[in-house]
Design a protein around this ligand. Structure first.
Ligand code: AP5
Ligand code: MG
Length: 227
């Protein structure tokens, strides 16, 4: 889709707990704003599928529900943002995840004479997250996200967008989900504080249906569609 509703926003950070809907909403914002969707989790999963050293290293942490160390993550993100398609900015999904990553992002953007325009927190209570992750299916080809109850594909087991097979993520297994929530929620609080102090934080109720969350995010960005 064309850059409908595009304003002078270049770097948008999507914040939220595991399962809050960051990936789902990043796809919508990408289409509406014409900025690339950069998800550190997706970059790690791709690196692992490709059998790279970085992918293997990251996978050890992901499988345990732990955050991948900052030096690995920041290096990878820096490289991704240097790609030509990110010259005008990006929608960051899953980065930053720690206070150190938030500070590194500020520094990296300062070098480009820019800054994070908005940090959008998709707020979902912990009890809803487990159900969302247990029912999530993603497509094998591109990671397009579905949910067996709230966002089912048109044909069971097939991606609406590219027809590839739907699979479940290994880290959505119940024990790993509990580990992810326990280890990652405190770090999320620090990142939220970082952007609150900078006056960049906008909170959106992530319990609403997917389309209503999208609309609320666009309103928060001042880029709501009038359709
Ligand atoms: P990552 O892939 O980023 O996983 P995550 O943060 O745990 O988030 P998820 O992808 O699980 O959830 P989401 O918020 O994208 O929700 P989704 O849209 O899919 O990271 C994976 C791992 O990589 C981490 O655990 C860590 O090890 C490592 N990692 C990544 N980044 C890192 C970093 N910066 N530093 C260190 N380590 C890092 O939606 C979830 C489900 O809910 C779907 O089924 C969806 O259909 C459904 N849904 C979405 N919205 C709604 C709604 N409004 N109502 C009802 N259902 C909904
Ligand atoms: Mg995601």
């Amino acid at each position: 889709m064309a850059r409908r509703g595009r304003r002078a926003v270049s770097v948008i950070v999507l914040l939220g707990a595991p399962g809050a809907g960051k990936g789902t909403q990043a796809e919508v914002l990408r289409d509406r704003l014409g900025l690339p969707h950069v998800a550190t989790g997706d970059l790690f999963r791709t690196a692992f599928r490709e059998g790279t050293e970085l992918g293997r290293e990251a996978q050890r942490f992901m499988a345990a529900g732990q955050l991948v160390p900052d030096d690995i993550t920041i290096g990878m993100l820096r490289e991704r943002l240097a790609a030509p398609d990110a010259a005008a900015g990006a929608i960051l999904d899953g980065f930053p995840r720690t206070a150190a990553q938030a500070a590194a992002l500020d520094e990296l953007l300062l070098d480009r004479a820019t800054a994070v325009d908005a940090a959008l927190l998709i707020d979902v209570p912990a009890e809803d997250l487990v159900l969302r992750l247990a029912g999530r299916w993603i497509c094998e080809a591109a990671g397009h996200v579905y949910h067996e109850v709230t966002n089912p594909p048109r044909e069971a087991g097939r991606c609406d967008l590219d027809g590839s097979r739907l699979i479940q993520r290994a880290d959505d297994e119940a024990t790993t989900v509990r580990a992810r929530l326990a280890s990652q929620l405190p770090a999320l609080e620090e990142v939220v504080d970082h952007y609150e102090r900078a006056g960049r934080l906008r909170r959106v109720d992530g319990r609403l249906p997917i389309a209503a969350v999208s609309e609320a995010l666009l309103v928060a960005l001042g880029a709501e569609s009038r359709s």
